[in-house]
Design a protein around this ligand. Structure first.
Ligand SMILES: NC(=O)C1=CN([C@@H]2O[C@H](COP(=O)(O)OP(=O)(O)OC[C@H]3O[C@@H](n4cnc5c(N)ncnc54)[C@H](OP(=O)(O)O)[C@@H]3O)[C@@H](O)[C@H]2O)C=CC1
Ligand SMILES: O=C(CO)COP(=O)(O)O
Length: 361
């Protein structure tokens, strides 16, 4: 069925997702805050700043007026950086009269409030729109999606029907969409993997090898899952597209903004210089701050996040951070899974000792 969809945010990801929706025959309104960008999209059918060399299908129309963009639509897809989510929702709120399904595709956690994006949405919109909020996440670089390269993602909502509606809206032969009802896990996986990608970029910049990369990704996933489980996520979600899948793509692809930013840091540039050079959002920086605070609040050990926090915000040298990570007190690798496998679960560490508690690891 042909739907009216407003895509709010015409950066690389908003534009690539608008192209998927346009391929599916929907009537797509792509909102950008800069008038000249909207003019370019409508006259030249391009978005040269964010997706150079790509031609936008005719059924994507650029909008500068937020009211016009969202009036009468069935779906609103929010794809602005996390730091712009609240402000954008506040501007949009008076015009959401058609009770659209709100989908977001942004990946971050807000520092200080420590809220996920669906929780920020809950703060900012009318009650009738909250339950049907959907997140779209997974391994999906805009640069490949707009080339119609095979891509698989996950949509999640507290409302199964809304997740299915989002699945139907996006699914096509290049873009496969799974549903997962673990909203917490899907949002956390997408946000927290950016921290690890920054770290991997950084070690690549320092010219450490593949062993370091594999270790960071594996132990990174362990600490993501540790925090996620404490916050109520389903552990299995972290083995899925929005967990392991997104971690792999972000840590191993030169498309990744987080990996590239980390790489520049590892080569010795300072953070402000790096962010200026990128000219695109590097969500992992603010999310490192948020995750550091969350780990403290929840008493969850997140050594990689803490090490990166020190490099980003406390002027610690990257080499020193790596040295500290390598020199941590001896640990057992496997988390205490007795909460999943029952109290008799044995981890094989020692016959005499009980399995370590997650906070010991
Ligand atoms: N790029 C990707 O491949 C993927 C990105 N994501 C996520 O999508 C989200 C958006 O990222 P992405 O598209 O890459 O970002 P980009 O840096 O490519 O674009 C950011 C967009 O947001 C706009 N913007 C910035 N600040 C504001 C504001 N205060 N109010 C309104 N609009 C604003 C920018 O407008 P302007 O040009 O005027 O500054 C621009 O259109 C992020 O959370 C990211 O993690 C998720 C999956 C894949
Ligand atoms: O989330 C992404 C891919 O799934 C995009 O990651 P970057 O923001 O690091 O480019």
């Amino acid at each position: 069925m042909k739907e009216k969809v407003a895509v709010i945010g015409a950066g690389s990801w908003g534009t690539a997702l608008a192209m998927v929706l346009a391929d599916n025959g929907h009537d797509v309104r792509l909102w950008a805050r800069r008038k000249e960008q909207v003019e370019e999209m409508n006259k030249e059918h391009t978005n040269t700043r964010y997706l150079p060399g790509r031609v936008l299908p005719e059924n994507i129309k650029g909008y500068h007026d937020l009211k016009e963009a969202v009036s009468g639509v069935s779906f609103v897809l929010l794809v602005v950086p996390t730091k712009a989510i609240r402000e954008t929702l506040q501007h949009m709120k008076p015009y959401l009269n058609s009770e659209p399904v709100l989908i977001h595709a942004s990946k971050g956690i807000e520092p200080d409030t420590l809220k996920r994006i669906s929780e920020m949405i809950e703060d900012e919109v009318e009650d009738n729109l909250i339950a049907s909020t959907v997140v779209l996440s997974g391994p999906s670089h805009a640069e490949e999606v707009c080339e119609r390269q095979p891509t698989s993602v996950t949509v999640s909502s507290l409302d199964a029907q809304s997740a299915k509606q989002a699945q139907d809206l996006f699914m096509n032969k290049h873009f496969r969409v799974y549903t997962n009802l673990d909203l917490i896990g899907v949002e956390l996986g997408g946000a927290l993997k950016n921290i690890i990608a920054l770290g991997v970029g950084l070690t690549d910049g320092l010219e450490y090898g593949d062993n370091a990369k594999a270790a960071l990704m594996t132990r990174g996933l362990a600490e993501i899952a540790r925090l996620g489980i404490k916050l109520g996520a389903n552990p299995m979600t972290f083995a899925g597209l929005s967990g392991l899948g997104d971690l792999i793509v972000t840590c191993t692809s030169t498309h990744s903004r987080n990996w590239r930013a980390g790489n520049m840091l590892g080569k010795g540039m300072d953070l402000n210089q790096v962010l200026k050079e990128m000219g695109m959002v590097v969500e992992g920086v603010r999310t490192t701050q948020a995750a550091y605070q969350l780990a403290e609040r929840e008493s969850v050990e997140m050594p990689i996040t803490e090490a990166l926090y020190d490099v980003l915000f406390n002027d610690r040298l990257p080499e020193e951070a790596v040295e500290r990570l390598m020199g941590r007190v001896k640990k057992h690798e496997v988390e205490n899974l007795s909460f999943l496998l029952g109290p008799d679960f044995q981890d094989g560490y020692s016959e005499k000792t009980s399995p370590p508690r997650s906070e010991d690891i």
